[in-house]
Design a protein around this ligand. Structure first.
Ligand SMILES: Cc1ncc(COP(=O)(O)O)c(C=O)c1O
Length: 425
């Protein structure tokens, strides 16, 4: 995909042509596993369609609904009730009159849940990641970021300053060296250190306490993106809770779209001044419509569940499913990346093998997302299986059996292609 990003020529409307030709070649050969649509929502088993309209039916490990809240009857009922009481739209940015009593309450609840002083909502998690950086950092400031940080953080950084320094993934000492280098010549400007609570392609986690400590040492500010662990891991407070860092991280940014059954994002901080500054200087908050009342009500209800005995049970079910998926993969000779979380990324290696596997999965009855370069390194293609609390043991065993069959068949096909080529040469 990277090959087509930079295209030249005076006619902007021709920019898509080469990409589309390449994409279509893949599509026509059944090797374009993206842009699918579910037909009745993201269930654990679901009907979907590819982007040519071909139907797919199978077990679904491709949706982000970690506690299976999106179809929870109470969440649906709250959404319907709220549409009756508040209508369907917020009709403005939160800087004007777009907030509702529900979004104001949600800001308070998020702040309290994370033991922070304040929180501000954004229309999406992406807008929160982009907005916190673009809102706080100016051109003379510095950003020191984990090299695998999410694209919303990278884009926010690129828009905010040219002083971007990447440190090796999870490497606190490398981060420290970057900070020391900056502070050796610049004590005047700000430094934002950026990381994630759970990395979305690798399912691994930094030492948040150590990062916060080096930030204090060098007068830098830490932001942790908790999109994938918030609500789903530990007691619901993700790795910040697991690492006893509740209320002790400078800035926490997150998304509702993985666990809370709604679009939306937030930043939690320690002062009203920062919250207000972000509201008026994050362009993705100031100049974008606020969460709808229905979305705010759904997230409030999800937070009730996350913070209840039912939430404890759902997280235990999720973790049971994650561990079962990991052990069944291992028993079938398949490897995965990272630590136990709702993200189980199954290693494929070369893009060629991964694409051939991707052609077989829907036919055999499994939805799972292919992740390939440039989203991850070249030669490190993987299927990101995303687990839900609602998956059954049968769903998991079936998914692994399909993955194994697809890999076995794809390897045989690759070998055959290699032999045919060798014979032709
Ligand atoms: C780490 C991380 N941050 C932010 C986002 C953006 O969140 P959303 O999809 O809710 O806009 C994502 C989702 O892809 C993510 O994985």
């Amino acid at each position: 995909m990277r090959d087509f990003r930079v295209q030249s020529g005076a006619d902007l409307l021709q920019r898509g042509d080469k990409f589309f030709h390449w994409q279509n070649t893949r599509r026509e050969n059944g090797l374009w596993p993206f842009s699918r649509s579910t037909q009745a929502g993201p269930g654990t088993v679901c009907d979907a369609a590819d982007d040519r309209g071909n139907p797919i039916h199978g077990v679904n490990f491709a949706s982000q609904d970690y506690l299976s809240l999106s179809a929870h009857p109470v969440m649906r009922a709250v959404a319907i009730e709220t549409i009756r009481s508040h209508g369907v739209h917020s009709a403005g940015s939160s800087a004007l009159v777009g907030n509702t009593n529900l979004s104001v309450e949600l800001e308070r609840r998020i702040a309290d849940y994370l033991q922070m002083e304040e929180a501000i909502l954004y229309p999406t998690g992406w807008a929160a990641g982009y907005g916190i950086i673009r809102g706080l950092v100016r051109s003379a400031d510095h950003i020191v970021m984990d090299q695998l940080s999410h694209v919303c953080l990278q884009e926010g950084a690129n828009a905010a300053t040219r002083n971007i320094h990447q440190f090796r993934h999870l490497d606190v000492e490398h981060c420290r060296r970057k900070l020391a280098g900056i502070r050796a010549s610049d004590t005047e400007n700000g430094i934002l250190v950026v990381t994630e609570g759970l990395f979305s392609m690798d399912s691994d986690t930094p030492n948040i306490a150590a990062l916060q400590e080096v930030c204090h040492e060098y007068g830098a500010t830490l932001v942790v993106d908790v999109a994938h662990d918030f609500g789903a891991l530990g007691d619901g407070r993700g790795h910040i809770g697991l690492q006893a860092m509740l209320g002790r991280v400078d800035l926490v940014m997150g998304s509702f779209s993985k666990t809370f059954g709604s679009n939306g994002g937030f930043v939690a901080c320690h002062s009203r001044a920062i919250k207000e500054y972000l509201r008026f200087y994050s362009p993705s908050a100031t100049f974008s419509n606020a969460l709808s009342p229905m979305q705010a009500a759904v997230v409030l209800k999800a937070l009730d569940i996350v913070d209840s005995a039912e939430g404890v049970e759902l997280r235990a079910k999720l973790l049971h499913n994650v561990n079962l998926l990991r052990s069944t993969l291992t028993a079938n000779g398949l490897e995965y990346y990272g630590d136990p979380s709702a993200i189980v990324a199954v290693k494929m290696g070369t893009e060629g093998l991964a694409r051939l596997v991707s052609r077989r999965l829907p036919v055999l009855g499994l939805l799972s997302n292919l992740v390939e370069y440039p989203a991850v390194a070249k030669g490190a293609a993987r299927f990101r299986m995303q687990v839900m609390a609602g998956h059954t043991e049968d769903n998991i065993v079936r998914a692994v059996a399909i993955m194994k069959q697809a890999v076995t068949e794809a390897r045989a096909e690759l070998e055959q292609v290699g032999e045919t080529r060798a014979a032709a040469a």
